[in-house]
Design a protein around this ligand. Structure first.
Ligand SMILES: *Cc1c(COP(=O)(O)O)cnc(C)c1O
Length: 348
């Protein structure tokens, strides 16, 4: 990150091009798609992709089972574009059969959006089944894979999608500051003038970058330099499969250890992605989340509050540059925090 490169310099232009190619390769999308990066956190690239791909007279159907699905609905409302949703409880995956019915019932739907791993709960949505339905109805599929990309398999040669969005800082283990979308080339070519926003227009971002090699507006150079190194590490680890294996081991050790302490996960094993685990808040009155959080923080571990709307819970992440030893140490810290609080066990 301390490498000092000019944003119009050849060295940076080469690094940027290589980063885009490597991101495309992770989704096996070199033949069919292009990679368009954008400044900002993950939400920016999601909003930009919806704005660019869904035309002003189009209609988006969002499959919702958590906060990030709802966020896409909100984006469309803010943009003043037609949107509909089908909603499932936060502990249930979205279903392809309901989508099939909805597409039959409403031919005005042009695009479908879904979240790969809904980070609200950590649930895995059945992307391949969803993609099979949208392909059969010849509708465009847009996937928010923010917390999945690089760790969960997604292969453009077998799964038909128009766009998948992710960011520099989740499973790719870079620093925050850049999102990117992998977009089917013919869909992007047809999207000139769709965007309601100058800076969130991915068609303009792409054509400018293709013509000049440069970013339209000041690029996050340090973030791109860090992501390029992070991609070296990703490739050294064995790419998506290697990363998935480490996260799965992290998740397995964490799950077993937490169950041993009496905690109950929200999701059954078959629904759980190895990204982030949700546990129900213990019933013991001595358990106060803020105390628990601060005790863990003092021991060097940061966890997440719950994001569920109906159930009291908290979350522990499995991703990032952490391995089995870190997770075992985290479990030790959790055990110690419980005993310092005088909490008998983690049972809800
Ligand atoms: C993290 C995340 C986002 C983007 O969140 P930002 O805070 O804007 O980076 C979007 N969707 C999902 C599923 C996420 O996990």
């Amino acid at each position: 990150m301390v490498l000092d490169l000019g944003s119009r310099d050849d060295e940076f232009i080469a690094m940027n091009q290589s980063m885009r190619d490597r991101l495309l390769a992770i989704a096996h999308a070199e033949e069919s798609h292009v990679c368009v990066p954008l400044q900002g956190s993950g939400t920016f690239i999601v909003e930009a992709t919806l704005a660019t791909l869904v035309p002003k007279d189009g209609k988006l159907l969002v499959l919702v089972n958590g906060a990030y699905g709802h966020r896409m609905v909100k984006m469309m409302q803010v943009m003043g574009r037609a949107v509909d949703l089908i909603e499932w409880p936060e502990d249930e995956p979205v279903e392809a059969s309901c989508l099939d019915q909805a597409l039959q019932d409403d031919p005005s739907i042009s695009h479908v959006a879904v979240v790969h791993c809904e980070t609200t709960s950590g649930i895995l949505n059945p992307i391949d089944n969803i993609a099979a339905v949208t392909a059969r109805h010849d509708k465009a599929l847009i996937i928010d894979a923010m917390s999945a990309f690089g760790a969960l398999a997604l292969d453009a040669r077998h799964t038909r999608f128009d766009a998948v969005m992710a960011s520099s800082n989740k499973c790719l283990e870079g620093v925050p500051g850049m999102g990117f979308a992998i977009i089917r080339k013919d869909a992007l070519e047809a999207s000139s003038g769709h965007a309601h926003s100058l800076s969130l227009d991915l068609y303009a971002q792409w054509t400018y970058m293709e013509q000049k090699g440069q970013w339209r507006f000041t690029p996050p150079i340090q973030v791109i330099a860090a992501l390029s190194k992070a991609l070296d590490q990703f490739e050294e680890e064995g790419g998506q499969q290697g990363r998935h294996n480490r996260y799965q081991e992290n998740a397995d050790i964490l799950m077993t250890g937490m169950k041993d302490l009496g905690f109950q996960p929200l999701l059954s094993d078959t629904l759980q992605a190895p990204i982030i685990l949700t546990f129900l808040t213990p019933k013991d009155e001595k358990f106060v989340f803020e105390d628990f959080y601060n005790k863990l923080k003092d021991k060097g571990f940061i966890i997440y509050p719950g994001k569920l709307t109906k159930v009291s819970s908290f979350r522990v992440g499995c991703i990032g540059h952490v391995d089995a030893n870190d997770i075992k140490e985290a479990l030790q810290a959790i055990k110690q925090a419980l005993s310092e609080m005088g909490v008998q066990d983690g049972a809800p």
